[in-house]
Design a binder for this molecule. Structure first.
Ligand code: HEC
Ligand code: HEC
Length: 332
C-alpha cells in the first residue's frame, strides 16, 4: 500500500521527535501509566519499543472506584455519552433488539453476558461470574479488552472515572427496579482504598489516591505550561495557529468543540475513520491525549500520550484558547 512511504517518513520524524523529547512509546507507557498512575511525570524514561505492536491487555491495577461517585453522578451526562459512544452497538430500552452488541436494559445488577438473543464471544463467557455490580462494571467499561481479552466489544474503554460513574448511573436507571446504590459503608470503604488492586503490581507501595477528575482542573489550568508542552511535544507534527500548514498531522486551530478527524486536506488513517464527525470535548480529548492508541487502535498519531492529568488539562485549555470560539470547559 502507499502507506509504506508515508509510514517511513513518519517514522523518521517520530524517532527524531521521540529522541529529543524523550517520550516513552505507547506500550511501555501504557503499562507505566497503570503502575505509576497519573502522578507520573510525562518523561519518565526513554524506552523505545516496536511501534504499534499490540501490547497485551494490562489488568486494571489501581483503577479508581466509581462507588464514591455513583450516588452523585450525572445521569443526563451519562445518557448523552451513551448516545454518542455506545448506541451504535447497543439498544437501551426494555425489549430492545440486539445489534452489534446485546440490549442493555436491566444490565446493572443483572447476570453478566447473558442477554437474550445475543451470541456472546467465548472471551466474555469465560468471565461471566454472577451479576454485574459497580465494581466489575467499572472494570469492564474502563478497559473491555483488559477485562476480557478477545472480547468482541471493540471499544477502547472509558478512561475518565467520573464519566464511567455517569454512564453506569445512567445504565442503572434503565431497569424496572434499579440496583441499590452503594451503602455509606461501601462508599467509605471504597474511598479509603481507592486503588486496593495495585497489589497486583507487586510493589507493596502505598496505593496512590484516586486521581481527581480532569473536569476539576480546567479552572486552574496553566495556559503557559500548556503552550510549552504543545511546542515541545506536538508542534513537530501539528501547526496550531489559524490557517497553519498540515504537517505530519492536521492543523489544530479551533479543534476543541469541532468535529473529530475531518480537517480538510488531511488524509486520516482508517483507524480514526469510525470516530470521524464525533465532537471533541474536554473529556474525549483528554482520553485521546492520554492514550491515542487506546482511543483509536492503529491511529497514525504515533505519540505515547500525556499521562499527567493536570498537564492534559493545561494542554486542552491552551488548545481551547486557540480558536475563534473557545468552548466553556468543565468547571470554568
Ligand atoms: C463497536 C460496538 C460496541 C460499542 C461501541 C460498545 N459496545 Fe458494549 N458490547 C459490544 C459487544 C459486541 C458486546 C458483547 C461482547 C462479547 O461478546 O465479547 C458488548 C457487551 C457490553 C456489555 C455487557 C452486556 C451483558 O450482557 O452483560 C456492557 C455492559 C456494554 N457492552 C456496555 C457498553 C457501553 C456502556 C458502551 C459505551 C460506553 C459500549 N458498550 C460500547 C459492542 C459494543
Ligand atoms: C508523531 C507525530 C504526532 C505528534 C507528536 C502528535 N500528533 Fe496529534 N496527530 C498526528 C496524526 C498523524 C494525527 C491524525 C491521526 C490519524 O489519522 O490516525 C493526529 C491527530 C490529532 C488530533 C485530532 C485532530 C482532528 O482533526 O480531529 C488531535 C486533537 C491531536 N492530534 C493533538 C495532538 C497533541 C495535543 C499533541 C501533543 C501533546 C499531538 N497531537 C502530538 C500526529 C502527531
Amino acid at each position: 500500500m502507499s502507506e509504506t512511504g508515508k509510514d517511513g517518513l513518519l517514522m523518521n520524524k517520530i524517532m527524531a521527535g521521540f529522541l529529543t523529547a524523550g517520550i516513552v512509546l505507547w506500550g511501555a507507557n501504557r503499562i507505566a501509566s497503570v503502575v505509576i498512575h497519573t502522578e507520573a511525570p510525562e518523561k519518565t524514561a526513554i524506552t523505545i519499543i516496536a511501534m504499534q505492536t499490540a501490547a497485551a491487555p494490562v489488568a486494571a491495577a489501581g483503577l479508581a472506584s466509581i462507588i464514591p461517585l455513583i450516588g452523585g453522578a450525572d445521569v443526563a451526562k451519562g445518557e448523552a455519552f451513551v448516545q454518542q459512544q455506545c448506541s451504535s452497538c447497543h439498544t437501551l430500552n426494555q425489549g430492545g433488539a440486539a445489534g452489534v452488541g446485546p440490549n442493555l436494559y436491566n444490565v446493572v445488577g443483572g447476570p453478566m453476558f447473558a442477554g437474550a438473543g445475543f451470541a456472546y464471544s467465548a472471551a466474555v463467557k469465560a468471565k461471566a461470574k454472577g451479576n454485574w455490580n459497580y465494581d466489575n462494571m467499572n472494570a469492564w467499561l474502563a478497559d473491555p479488552a483488559g477485562f476480557a481479552p478477545g472480547t468482541e466489544m471493540s471499544y477502547p474503554g472509558i478512561k475518565n472515572t467520573q464519566t464511567r460513574a455517569d454512564v453506569v448511573a445512567y445504565l442503572r436507571a434503565q431497569a424496572a427496579s434499579p440496583l441499590a446504590l452503594p451503602t455509606p459503608a461501601e462508599v467509605k470503604a471504597a474511598s479509603a482504598a481507592p486503588a486496593a488492586t495495585t497489589a497486583s503490581t507487586g510493589g507493596g507501595a502505598p496505593a496512590p489516591a484516586a486521581p481527581p477528575s480532569i473536569d476539576t482542573m480546567f479552572k486552574t489550568a496553566d495556559l503557559a505550561k500548556g503552550q510549552s508542552i504543545v511546542n515541545e511535544q506536538c508542534s513537530s507534527c501539528h501547526s496550531i495557529g489559524k490557517g497553519g500548514a498540515i504537517l505530519v498531522g492536521p492543523n489544530l486551530y479551533g479543534i476543541v468543540g469541532s468535529k473529530m478527524f475531518v480537517t480538510p486536506g488531511f488524509t486520516y488513517s482508517g483507524a480514526v475513520a469510525a470516530k470521524a464527525n464525533g465532537v471533541w470535548n474536554a473529556d474525549n480529548l483528554s482520553d485521546w491525549l492520554e492514550n491515542p492508541q487506546g482511543f483509536a487502535p492503529g491511529t497514525a498519531m504515533s505519540y505515547g500520550g500525556l499521562k499527567n492529568t493536570q498537564t492534559r488539562a493545561d494542554v486542552i485549555a491552551y488548545l481551547n484558547k486557540n480558536s475563534d470560539k473557545p468552548t466553556k470547559l468543565p468547571g470554568t
